[in-house]
Design a protein around this ligand. Structure first.
Ligand code: SF4
Length: 232
């Protein structure tokens, strides 16, 4: 059990959230409107794969499921990197079992550029941190990463993919990630639930899906909801 990009971002919002993901995921309540946005984001990401023309997708599922087969994806990605495939989508990387899949890798003269796709019109700090996590894993795997982009949903529906370069900011998160990833890894394996009190973190940057579980006691602030959804 190591740390994925999603684990890291959720654990940095709240360590208890990550612990619950691993030990009591049945307590999670994803509001229907959030699930709709997550599904729309997946659809936008699927369409973005073709933004540079022909591509190879690395996604492999375990037989008879929609659960990604990470080992098979890692192997397939290695093969395409060795072959010099120009555009690789859902490229999988692992370092000490910490894992990420990159939405789009585009080959350059010196290595690969990263494109992280988000189905929203505005750039948020959280997206840059997501991309920073990918840079951390890829660079520790020995891949030469050039530029890093967040692909936003632009105003033109016929051509909605709007890359925004965030190279310097995303690479700047390397130390922050390294300073926290190992502690999160240890914490998620702990047998006891971390004693975290609810607070601002329950709505920032995203409304927590364990909100009801942690706010069982009557709480006047309970209705002050942040409706922003987690954008994986
Ligand atoms: S509701 Fe708040 S305290 Fe509970 S897991 Fe979520 S962020 Fe952490």
């Amino acid at each position: 059990m190591a740390i994925t990009k999603t684990d890291f971002m959720r654990g940095m919002q709240c360590p208890k959230m990550l612990w619950l993901d691993k030990h009591k995921p049945g307590l999670k309540v994803i509001p229907p409107e959030v699930q709709v946005r997550l599904d729309a984001g997946n659809d936008f990401g699927d369409r973005a794969m073709a933004m540079f023309g022909p591509y190879e997708e690395m996604t492999v599922y375990r037989p008879g499921t929609t659960i990604p087969d990470k080992a098979a994806m890692l192997q397939r990605t290695r093969e395409h990197l060795e072959a010099g495939t120009p555009v690789i989508c859902e490229a999988a990387f692992s370092n000490y079992n910490n894992y990420c899949a990159v939405d789009i890798l585009r080959k350059t003269e010196t290595g690969y550029d990263i494109y992280e796709v988000k189905n929203t019109p505005e750039l948020h700090d959280q997206f840059v941190r997501d991309a920073g996590f990918q840079y951390y894993i890829l660079s520790r795997c020995g891949l030469k990463v050039g530029k890093i982009f967040i692909v936003l949903h632009g105003p033109e529906e016929a051509e909605p993919f709007l890359p925004v370069e965030v190279t310097k900011q995303a690479k700047g998160f390397y130390k922050w990630i390294n300073d926290n990833i190992w502690d999160l890894n240890r914490m998620q394996k702990a047998p006891e639930e971390p004693p975290v009190e609810p607070g601002d973190r329950c709505n920032c940057p995203y409304r927590c899906w364990y909100y009801d579980y942690c706010h069982k006691a009557a709480d006047p602030a309970r209705n002050e909801q942040n409706t922003d959804s987690f954008v994986g």
